[in-house]
Design a protein around this ligand. Structure first.
Ligand SMILES: [Zn+2]
Length: 141
């Protein structure tokens, strides 16, 4: 089982090389270099490139938060984009998962891949517009 990556292991006052930073956050060195390009503060003037722990910690936490952003109204999670997306209206279907929950499935408006959203069954009426925009015959609530 993969252990959850936590920024707790990062020591704020330590300077990490790219290799050490990759080790401590459990990503590849390539990812760390990409993060530097995306704005992770690093001392790149001399070799080896050094990243201060506090900067790595802050950047890492920001990334995790961004990834964990809850879905807003009307958004589905696209399994392909791995991002919140809006589904193409009219081809959304509801699938019952349990007495209390169900899954809405649709097609991502960005990539046309499958996007999903788990909803509480009692919230189903809120999604009626999306479900009713097309044919009703896929609806199995
Ligand atoms: Zn998508």
């Amino acid at each position: 089982m993969a252990r959850a990556v936590s920024s707790v292991r990062i020591k704020s006052l330590k300077a990490y090389t790219v290799e050490e930073a990759a080790e401590v956050v459990r990503v590849t060195e390539q990812t760390i270099r990409a993060w530097i390009k995306q704005g992770l503060p690093a001392m790149t003037e001399k070799r080896p490139t050094l990243i201060l722990g506090w900067a790595l910690k802050g950047f890492h936490e920001q990334l995790r938060k961004k990834r964990r952003r809850p879905l807003q109204d009307g958004e589905f999670f696209c399994l392909h984009c791995k991002e919140p997306r809006t589904p193409v209206a009219g081809v959304v279907e509801y699938q019952r998962l349990s007495d209390a929950h169900g899954q809405l499935r649709g097609f991502c408006s960005a990539c046309e891949g499958i996007c999903v959203r788990i909803i509480s069954r009692r919230d189903l009426p809120k999604w009626a517009d999306l479900l009713d925009a097309g044919t009703n015959d896929r609806r199995t609530a």
